[in-house]
Design a binder for this molecule. Structure first.
Ligand code: UT7
Length: 336
């Protein structure tokens, strides 16, 4: 089913921005802190380096990504209606990171909220933002993916520490009556039966922080990599293929697959299922690792700024993450 658009208002990405911290952790660094090696990391994941935020939190990265975006548009922070921050590493449980970003960027007329959908967070937030625009009430929605994964990473656990990095990226959604551009369809899913395979066990209401939870290292990411890998390959490949089918898209109609950057092998399997060649797949996992909610907008920003994405290009965005959460979104790029 095509996403409902009763008002004939299309939600179009009109500006992009990003922030990546300066500090780089390369695979050599991980060789020095855990039992691993560059060859294992590169062949199993595709990651060569990732970034680490040394001073500051998720809202600082998000605000920097928004400020980077504002440099490229005439839109002023006070014109923003809504700020949605997709993150699993909020500065605090409350207030929402969106409130902190609102203050930092001076978006004095905005409301906003955080959206928790792990690695699918940006996709879910983008569809939510698009619906707010299509409803006709809101004209300028900032959708931000920001995660300081280093804050919840156990740097003694080789299964997870090599995978994650810190980054933020943002897009601005605005309405257009030109139906050629913008967000055209999405298929999004959650399945809570995945909760055991990828989670952070303590700190919430089920298991509040205590001396014991700290001792047991329950405030870090836990991942059963093999279990997640299997469902992620199938989930991302199937949904990407299905969204093509129901929109009558052939592989040659697609300019780029924009996949969540968790593992190069999952990305390759998704592209193969779609019949999309590797040169039509956005990839930056080698430089940033898995930055959770930031991976997809980071790819969009980098590829657009390097001139590889042009107005009219059809993109399929796809993600899979903790929950489980997963989905795909079809849009036509609308920035010159
Ligand atoms: O983004 C949210 C969703 N998450 C994902 O999509 C991640 C999905 N999972 C994955 O990407 C992969 O499962 C990993 C990259 C996490 C792991 O790759 P794998 O090929 O599934 O490896 P594995 O977990 O099956 O481990 C294979 C071996 C194990 O040793 P044994 O038991 O065979 O002796 C691990 O202990 O590799 C070992 N290993 C490592 N060796 C060197 C695990 N981590 C490392 C490491 N360096 N960093």
């Amino acid at each position: 089913m095509q996403s409902q658009n009763r008002n004939n208002i299309n939600a179009v990405i009109t500006a992009v921005g990003m922030y990546t911290p300066e500090k780089i952790l390369d695979n050599k660094y991980f060789e020095s802190i855990v039992e691993t090696n560059d060859e294992w990391i590169v062949t199993r994941t595709g990651i060569k380096e990732r970034r680490m935020m040394e001073n500051g939190a998720t809202s600082d990265m998000a605000a920097k990504a928004c400020e980077d975006l504002f440099k490229t548009t005439n839109v002023k922070p006070e014109e923003i209606d809504v700020i949605i921050v997709a993150t699993v590493t909020p500065d605090m449980f409350f207030p929402a990171t969106a409130c902190l970003v609102q203050e930092k960027i001076g978006a004095k007329n905005a409301w906003g909220f955080d959206l928790s959908a792990a690695c699918s967070g940006f996709l879910f937030a983008l569809q939510t933002g698009a619906s707010l625009i299509q409803g006709g009430t809101y004209k300028k929605v900032l959708v931000v993916g920001s995660d300081k994964m280093s804050a919840i990473t156990d740097y003694t656990d080789r299964n997870t520490c090599i995978l994650f990095g810190d980054a933020a990226s943002a897009v601005l959604l605005e309405p257009s009556t030109d139906s050629n551009y913008g967000i055209k369809d999405s298929m999004l899913f959650v399945d809570g039966s995945g909760k055991e395979a990828l989670n952070m066990k303590a700190g919430g209401s089920a298991l509040p922080a205590s001396e014991d939870t700290v001792k047991q290292k329950l405030h870090y990411i836990f991942q059963d990599g093999k279990a997640v890998f299997k469902v992620a390959v199938k989930g991302m490949a199937d949904v990407s293929y299905e969204i093509m089918q129901r929109n009558g898209l052939k592989s040659e109609d697609i300019s780029y697959l924009v996949p969540h950057q968790a593992n190069l092998r999952i990305i390759a399997a998704t592209a193969e299922r779609m019949g999309v060649s590797q040169d039509k797949v956005m990839i930056n996992i080698d430089r940033y690792g898995n930055t959770t909610a930031a991976t997809i907008p980071l790819c969009l920003t980098e590829y657009y700024r390097s001139g590889k994405v042009k107005k009219g290009d059809n993109l399929i965005l796809a993600a899979f993450g903790a929950g489980y959460t997963w989905g795909a979104l079809y849009l036509t790029w609308g920035i010159d």
